[in-house]
Design a protein around this ligand. Structure first.
Ligand code: NAP
Length: 409
């Protein structure tokens, strides 16, 4: 670890990408506490100059620094200059490892937006010891995957404890409604997982284990698969279809339970799905959504059909939903829990803006600020945390106050 005093509290690395640009605009518009010194970073000086000029037209533009995700020396220099790094350089499985390694070795706190469970597991295995020893707090999945799910469950469990006197040992999250689009970066990350899984039977096996991010001893408990099939949900009285983000969200929620000392119980189970309605139309919609998900997965696994999609409907990297579409976007997530004695409770998490970008950028920004402002090194030791186990109520308060989310009964 370097003795040099960092110049910044927070650096946004990947600032010139689609989410990075939204995030920087948000941080400027937020008029972040002037005591927080932040800067932007990326690999291209020309793109950074354009970004800072655009941002500077609205306010004092932040300083910029260049670094490349494949150049260790430049990443060490970046880490020496800041206490916290937010990274939006993805797909993380392709470009993210070196920065995690350098953060873990230098004690630099880190938040990102990955939704790639296999990569999170690799980072944990490879750098947990270094992060524990240096004091670096590493928090993956600080976007729509998996903050609303992780903190929604955390919030529900607190309500259950207060209202019912016990924790729920089974929770379901149902997407009641959501509106938004996808960016090229997200599609590239999804395609990369499908490609990796095609080539590795070990990874296919891992993707079937909901406990893949938990400490070893919890993997002996049986748990339903992360992708719920089309079925009629008696508790919600509606048809449900698989939810694509469940693959990462379920693992993060189960890991949070483990890191919180199994406060939700050793037998805790969690699942997510999309509500599609109670009638025949609801059944048809659930079947249609499920078929579309399977079709897209199969199409992206083969190079000919993938190229066709890339040349037609898939956005290029750096591109994503328009400003208007981000502003018109929203989400409405319902959480239902049942205790061991059969008492039930429901809460909801609502978000303004589209889940993947407008809202994700605000959530990530607040996670980074929460790390920089609310948690001294003495408050939490180094290691790989989840959003709920690292930030808990502090992040819920920030999201409600400044990121357009509500958590309510
Ligand atoms: N968890 C969630 O809810 C959520 C939501 C949205 C996105 N994501 C994830 O977030 C990531 C970013 O998404 P996006 O849409 O913003 O992608 P994007 O527009 O493609 O941006 C990627 C960024 O990475 C930078 N980059 C690539 N290689 C680099 C290198 N070698 N060194 C330094 N920088 C490098 C790019 O720099 P240039 O600008 O110079 O090309 C760009 O700034 C993706 O992995 C996506 O899956 C997650």
């Amino acid at each position: 670890m370097s003795d040099r005093k960092p110049d910044y509290d927070l650096i946004v690395f990947g600032a010139t990408g689609f989410v990075g640009r939204i995030l920087c605009g948000y941080l400027l518009n937020q008029k972040v506490d002037s005591s927080v010194k932040w800067a932007v970073a990326g690999r291209s000086q020309a793109k950074l100059e354009t970004l800072v000029a655009e941002l500077g037209a609205r306010a004092d533009g932040p300083p910029y620094l260049t670094a490349d995700a494949t150049d260790e020396a430049s990443l060490r220099e970046l880490c020496a200059q800041t206490r916290v790094i937010i990274s939006t350089v993805g797909p993380y499985a392709l470009y993210g490892e070196l920065l995690v390694q350098v953060c873990a070795e230098t004690g630099t706190d880190y938040c990102d937006l990955t939704g790639e469970p296999q990569w999170v597991r690799q980072m944990l295995e490879r750098y947990q010891a270094a992060a524990q020893s240096s004091g670096a707090r590493i928090v993956h999945c600080c976007g729509f995957d998996s903050v609303p799910s992780d903190l929604g469950v955390y919030y529900l469990q607190q309500q259950a404890q207060q209202q019912l006197g016990e924790y729920c040992d089974r929770i379901k999250m149902r997407v009641r409604a959501a509106k938004g689009g996808v960016s090229g970066g997200t599609v590239a990350s999804g395609i990369n997982i499908i490609q990796e899984a095609r080539l590795s039977s070990r990874l296919r096996q891992e993707l079937n284990n909901p406990y893949s991010l938990c400490p070893d001893n919890s993997s002996t408990v049986t748990h339903p698969p992360t992708l719920v099939p089309v079925q009629y949900d008696l508790d919600f009285q509606e048809w449900v279809s698989p939810f694509v983000m469940a693959a990462i969200n379920t693992r993060i929620v189960l890991r949070s339970n483990a890191l919180l000392g199994y406060s939700y119980g050793k037998r805790f189970q969690y699942e997510e799905a999309v509500l599609t309605g109670s009638s025949v139309k609801g059944w048809l919609a659930a079947k249609g959504l499920s078929a579309a998900l399977t079709g897209l997965t199969v199409a992206t696994a083969f190079s000919a059909t993938r190229r066709l999609l890339e040349n037609t409907i898939i956005p290029k990297q750096g591109e994503g939903p328009s400003q208007a579409s981000q502003e018109q976007g929203f989400y409405d997530l319902r959480f239902w829990g049942v205790t061991a004695s059969g008492k039930t409770i429901e809460v909801k998490v609502l978000g303004d803006r589209d889940p993947g970008y407008g809202s994700t950028a605000k959530i990530l920004g607040q996670a980074g600020l929460c790390m920089a402002q609310d948690f001294a090194k003495s408050d939490k030791p180094g290691g790989f945390w989840t959003p709920a186990s690292m930030f808990g109520n502090r992040l819920i308060e920030r999201l409600v106050k400044a990121a357009g989310l509500t958590f309510e009964r």
